[in-house]
Each structure stands twice: as structure tokens, then as C-alpha cells.
Design a protein around this ligand. Structure first.
Ligand SMILES: Cc1cc2nc3c(=O)[nH]c(=O)nc-3n(C[C@H](O)[C@H](O)[C@H](O)COP(=O)(O)OP(=O)(O)OC[C@H]3O[C@@H](n4cnc5c(N)ncnc54)[C@H](O)[C@@H]3O)c2cc1C
Length: 397
């Protein structure tokens, strides 16, 4: 079967890889002039490799690890722990954070979060107000959204204090996308080819790009729901509404090269809703002369003035970490809200009806993307799982 795949992020590439492995013929149409989508690594002038988008392979991301292994890619354990951040800018009594996390875990285990938002559940717990604000800040930063929009059950993942490593792909996560594209076959991937419409026909699908029309047996639409409105879809009633119902978060990252690697650290600015880390692991190759920061939620982006450039955030970072030689003039900002092929960071919530309709798709049109990654949505893992699921649904072995 010839199957068109719209989008060459990890979801589309995973779908194309599964299709090719099953003996089908994927044709990948990608709007950008590169593969990887929200996985995009860049080298700074001082040699440090930064992740403009996805950075950490979180605990439980088994498919990312399996794929890296299959493609012969190594891992960088960056030394710091994603699950441990030192909260700053908030007052709390000694030991109150541990007590608050314990109370939260117990509440979640008892099902107290059912039907509540993150803010709603935290508001009901009898915990230290400073600890509550720090947990809320961490959840809002990671979900990239206001606590009212984030379902409380996500707190189990978002606020987990953990010592588990969250590595990246050695040399940058982009290598995962590139190696997957090689496995699919570069001749099957067409860059600079935004899909404009997908219509089911009596015998298959017709896919239109600016270059013309393409007929195929089926199509996997693996573009973010936030921009899927740019594709006219015929043949899945209700798809446009379901895609529009997916709620997205907003995030940005900041990187400042340092003269030399520094010890590992992870600091959360509670009032400004961002966290910053240095990630110089024991592994020399993973030692990066760099401080990185991630801000999540519209409130964070407004407060840090990211639409005006990196200056304000870099100044605040220098205040947060006066111990480091932060040269504000060298700060590099990564934003996604102004990116035409996503226009946001990642999904916060796919309402159940929308999720069901999109994962069901139709006989000839399937949907993929991190927003359909279920428990692993918003992550590389969710993108890969969704792509494989879509490929299996549309073109069984
Ligand atoms: C700032 C930031 C930090 C993140 N941090 C992490 C992290 O630490 N760990 C983690 O696991 N995940 C993280 N993520 C999330 C992760 O990047 C995504 O979940 C994952 O990469 C999404 O893959 P995808 O294939 O679903 O979407 P995308 O990567 O967005 O791929 C979709 C592709 O479709 C293309 N496209 C769009 N419209 C069209 C069209 N009309 N026609 C053709 N092509 C089109 C796009 O150009 C893109 O290449 C982060 C994301 C961001 C933005």
C-alpha cells in the first residue's frame, strides 16, 4: 500500500518506519526544510549542544529508549535530575515540601483528584502555602499551562520528586529523528511540502500540496492539532472540531553558553515560572558549558517578555544564578508560539470525545502526534507510540 504521511516529526517518522517495515510504501510530506519537528538540536558557538525543543527522555519512555538502541544511538546522562528542583523565591518551613508531596501522593492515590484541576486539588490539601505554590509552579511550568487547565491526575507525573535519570540522545535528540529518517529512506521524505488537503475517495485518498495532487491508499495525518486546521480534511466527520478541541500549552527555552562546564544544578524560580539547570555529567562527552532554562505557561512567557527577545529573561537568570558567569549578550532564545508549523508547545489536554474520534480515524485516514499519545502525550514517547498505532490501524501487517 502506498500511504501518505503528513508531518516528519517523531510521530510521522515512527508511522512511516512502521509502514516501511510492514512492506508498505510511505510517502512523507513535511512542511519544514528539516525532519524532527519539535525535536531540534543546535550547536552553540562554544560547542555546547542545545535542545530547542524536546530535551529529556523521562522515566517510562521505553519506546524512545528502544528506538535509540535499535538505531545505534547512545545516551547522555546529563547528571542533574529532572525530578529534583530547588525552589527559589518562595518561603516555606523546613520539611514542608516533603510533607506536601506526601499529602499530594496520598490524595492522588485515594482518587481525590477526580474531575479536579491541578490548582483545584492543591487548593484542597492542608499543606504549607509556600510548598503549595512551589508544587503549583512546577506543574504549571512542566505542563506549560495555567493550573486551572491541567487535570489533577497529571500531578503524579508533573510533580514527581525522583532520582531517576532523564537522559538525552548523545550528540543531540535531533540524531534520533535523522536516524529514523534514514531508516525510512530519505527518498521517501519530501521536505518543504506542506499538505493542504486530504480527501477520502472511493478507492483511497487524494492529498493536495502546493506541488499538486497525490493519490494513495491511505493517509496518516501526523501534524500538531494546533495547526491541523490548515489542512482541509474530508472523510472523517467531526475531525476538524476534535482537532480544534485539543488544548495546548505555551513554553520557551533560554540557553547561555558558559566559559566552562559547571557542577550540576536544577533551580526553580517559583514567581517567574521557569526552571534552570546545568547539566555537566560525570560523562565527559555530556559535559556542556551551558546553562539552560525552560519557562512554561502564558504567565511565564508574559513575565519574561519572550516576545521581545532574550534580554529580560537573561537578566532574571543572572539574578537567579549570580554564582555563574552569565554573559547576557550571548543568550539564545527558543520560542514555538511564533512557529507556523506548531504555534504552541505541546498538548495539555485532549478531551475524551476528541481523543476517541481522532484515534478511531476512518478506514483510510488515521491521526498521529503527541496529542494522541495518551498517558505519554506531550512527550517524544507519546509521539512515537501514536505514530505506530496509526500505522497499524491504517495498514495492518
Ligand atoms: C520547548 C519544548 C520542550 C519539550 N521538552 C520535551 C522533553 O524534555 N521531553 C519530551 O519527551 N518531549 C518534550 N517536548 C515535546 C516533544 O517535542 C513532542 O511531544 C514531540 O516531538 C512531538 O512530535 P510530533 O511528531 O507529534 O509533532 P512535531 O514534532 O511537531 O512534528 C509534526 C511535523 O508536522 C509538520 N507539519 C505541520 N503542518 C504540516 C502540514 N500542513 N503539512 C506537512 N507537514 C506539516 C511540522 O513541520 C512538524 O515537522 C518538548 C516540546 C517543546 C516545544
Amino acid at each position: 500500500m502506498r500511504v501518505v504521511v503528513a508531518g516528519a516529526g517523531l510521530a510521522g517518522l515512527a508511522a512511516a518506519d512502521a509502514l516501511a517495515t510492514a512492506g508498505h510504501e510511505p510517502v512523507v510530506l513535511e512542511a519544514r526544510d528539516r525532519v524532527g519537528g519539535r525535536v531540534h538540536s543546535l550547536a552553540l558557538d562554544n560547542g555546547a549542544i542545545v535542545e530547542m525543543g524536546a530535551e529529556f527522555i523521562l522515566p517510562g519512555c521505553t519506546e524512545v529508549l528502544g528506538l535509540a538502541d535499535r538505531l545505534g544511538l547512545g545516551l547522555w546522562d546529563k547528571g542533574m535530575r529532572y525530578g529534583k528542583r530547588d525552589p527559589r523565591g518562595v518561603e516555606m518551613a523546613d520539611g514542608s515540601m516533603e510533607a506536601a508531596v506526601g499529602a499530594l501522593d496520598a490524595a492522588l492515590a485515594a482518587g481525590a483528584g477526580e474531575g479536579l484541576s491541578v490548582r483545584g486539588l492543591l487548593g484542597r490539601l492542608d499543606i504549607d502555602p509556600g510548598a503549595r505554590e512551589a508544587i503549583l509552579a512546577r506543574a504549571e511550568v512542566s505542563a506549560a499551562a495555567d493550573g486551572d487547565l491541567v487535570p489533577a491526575h497529571e500531578l503524579g507525573l508533573l510533580a514527581r520528586v525522583s532520582d531517576l535519570p532523564a537522559p538525552g540522545i548523545a550528540g543531540g535528540n535531533q540524531r534520533l529523528a535523522e536516524a529514523l529518517a534514514d531508516a525510512v529512506g530519505r527518498e521517501r521524505i519530501h521536505l518543504g511540502s506542506p499538505v493542504r488537503s486530504v480527501a477520502a475517495t472511493a478507492s483511497g485518498v487524494e492529498v493536495r500540496t502546493e506541488a499538486g495532487e497525490l493519490a494513495a491508499a491511505a493517509c496518516v495525518i501526523a501534524v500538531p492539532a494546533s495547526v491541523a486546521g490548515g489542512i482541509a480534511i474530508e472523510g472523517v466527520p467531526g475531525a476538524a472540531e476534535a482537532l480544534a478541541a485539543v488544548v495546548y500549552g505555551h513554553a520557551a527555552k533560554l540557553f547561555v553558553p558558559l566559559p566552562a562546564p559547571v557542577p550540576v544544578s536544577a533551580t526553580l524560580s517559583v514567581p517567574d515560572r521557569y526552571w534552570a539547570w546545568t547539566a555537566s555529567g560525570d560523562d565527559e562527552a555530556a559535559s556542556q558549558p551551558l546553562i539552560s532554562a525552560f519557562a512554561g505557561s502564558p504567565r511565564a512567557l508574559d513575565g519574561l517578555g519572550v516576545t521581545s527577545g532574550p534580554d529580560l529573561w537573561a537578566a532574571k537568570l543572572a539574578e537567579l544564578r549570580p554564582d555563574l558567569a552569565i554573559d547576557r549578550a550571548q543568550a539564545v532564545l527558543s520560542t514555538w508560539d511564533d512557529d507556523p508549523w506548531v504555534g504552541a508547545a505541546y498538548s495539555v489536554d485532549a478531551p475524551p470525545d476528541a481523543f476517541e474520534l481522532l484515534t478511531a480515524g476512518s478506514e483510510r485516514i488515521a491521526f498521529a502526534g503527541e496529542h494522541l499519545g495518551g498517558d505519554m502525550s506531550a512527550l517524544m514517547e507519546g509521539a512515537i507510540r501514536s505514530g505506530r498505532r496509526a500505522a497499524a490501524a491504517i495498514a495492518p501487517n
